[in-house]
Design a binder for this molecule. Structure first.
Ligand code: HEM
Length: 434
């Protein structure tokens, strides 16, 4: 997180979601001052306003805005900021038109919030008799590279959990690749932390900006959706910018060394984006997201010898070099690693070439009542088809990975992530409902 690339430099803030950099806030609004809440651009029927203490943000700085519009949604190949608020929602309305209106309202609000602007008429100065349109806690904060990425869960296509009826007439539009994940050996999944009709991934440099975004989307959806579960994350455990310093996970190892880079368009096209001929049409340019809450047994790990820790991964702890090699980015020689080592099992050569773009986060949610940290990895991985990437890789890891002694998968969800919102007339999921 220290170099220019990771801070939202030219390679980051624009481009990776297939769009040119958005105009700075100054050029968007033609206004260079700070202070007053300015009411009132109107988009998609929603009245929009600036945050009360907005000031223009120089492009390329840590607080820069990431373009919301583009061929792909931001928050996948774009640089990974350090904070996450992820939420899965149940759709509570049974009315298709209400769901469509919700997605339009969310798109309008998301587009504003990613620019560092408030929702509706803002948090203050509106009608005294009504609750403010924006909750206000992000007033005066920078856009902070906020990205908001939406996904549609299998249950959206099949109806509610009880009746399984086709609530929204979407059953025939369910992508073949949006399969329910199988149960893997060792899974101990909590239904209260799994599944969801919709998800929104909010990533930002400032946790308050990410939380504000999810909170306002939940508030806008009141009566139409309800939060099913959510997850806060810190300290990204993978990056999409391999030239930057590789982050470390809670086991102290560099994580993301061999991740798909956000600038590697050939790898993104092959492994991450859904191609036009893969079908269905509405998913072209989208991706599939697997989210897994993986508890890490920190206390056991901390009592494990350094040698065993390094054997578990097949990399050394300091440099992150693969066994027998000197540098982190040296090509691993898999046969020199133990057969059960994580990297050997997860490597594309052990999985028919399968790759995925990982952008998970560490989490700690207090203690478990027995004096142990409730901590782990909130694993997020994007791929063009879960049947070709996450499922086979996890099948192999769940059977044999030496890491299994120290981890347990406790939450799980899968989502179809549609392509990007093209322009201000487009909205999240328009292709699905057309
Ligand atoms: C708490 C659980 C996990 C931890 C602590 C962890 C940690 C690591 C570390 C330290 C590396 C080596 C550095 C790198 O190339 O990124 C790695 C590699 C990798 N992991 Fe994990 N991982 C976890 C779970 C998973 C899961 C569930 C999957 C997928 C099903 C996965 C897939 C991969 C892949 C594909 C690689 C790259 C292998 C290569 O190309 O060499 N990991 N992981």
């Amino acid at each position: 997180m220290t170099d220019e690339t990771e801070q939202g430099g030219p390679a980051d803030a624009g481009g990776a979601n297939g769009t040119a950099r958005a105009p700075s806030r100054r050029s968007v609004i033609g206004w260079g001052g700070a202070g007053l809440a300015l009411g009132a651009a109107v988009a998609g029927g929603t009245t929009l306003a600036l945050r009360a203490t907005d000031s223009p943000e120089p492009a390329g700085s840590a607080g820069a805005a990431v373009p919301f519009h583009g061929a792909h949604q931001a928050g996948i190949a774009t640089a990974v900021p350090d904070r996450l608020h992820f939420a899965a929602f149940d759709v509570t309305t049974e009315n298709r038109a209400e769901l469509i209106q919700l997605l339009k309202d969310w798109t309008a609000a998301a587009s504003l919030m990613t620019e560092g602007r408030a929702v509706g008429e803002g948090a203050f100065g509106g009608v005294p008799e009504a609750p403010p349109d924006d909750t206000g806690e992000a007033a005066g904060l920078k856009p902070s590279r906020l990205t908001l990425t939406i996904g549609f869960g299998p249950s959206l296509f099949t109806g509610d959990a009880k009746a399984r009826q086709d609530r929204f007439g979407l059953a025939k539009r369910r992508p073949g690749a949006l399969v329910d994940l199988p149960k893997f050996p060792g899974d101990n999944l909590d239904p209260a932390r799994s599944g969801g009709d919709l998800c929104v991934q909010a990533c930002a440099d400032d946790p308050q900006v990410a939380v504000h975004a999810i909170r306002n989307l939940a508030r806008i959806g009141f009566g139409r959706i309800a939060i099913r579960w959510s997850q806060l994350g810190f300290g990204k455990t993978s990056s999409t910018t391999p030239d930057a310093q590789t982050p470390r996970n809670l086991f102290g190892f560099k994580d993301g060394t061999r991740n798909v880079a956000g600038t590697d368009t050939a790898a993104l096209d092959r492994h991450v984006w859904v191609s036009a001929d893969a079908g269905p049409d509405w998913m072209a340019g989208g991706s599939y997201l697997v989210a897994r809450r993986i508890a890490m047994r920190i206390e056991s790990w901390d009592r494990t010898s350094l040698q065993e820790q390094e054997d578990v991964f097949g990399r050394d702890k300091g440099e992150g070099a693969p066994v027998g090699k000197a540098r982190e980015h040296d090509e691993p020689f898999l046969k020199s690693m133990l057969p059960a080592s994580h990297v050997r099992l997860a490597h594309p050569d052990s999985n028919g070439g399968a790759r995925m773009l990982r952008r998970g986060y560490s989490y700690t949610d207090g203690t478990d009542g027995l004096g142990r940290l409730d901590a782990g990895l909130f694993f997020l991985a994007y791929q063009h088809d879960v049947r070709e990437a996450f499922i086979p890789v996890q099948r192999s890891l769940s059977r044999s990975d030496a890491l299994n002694e120290y981890i347990q998968h406790v939450g799980s969800a899968v989502f179809a992530v549609p392509p990007g919102v093209r322009d201000k007339d487009d909205w999240w999921g328009r292709g699905l409902f057309s």
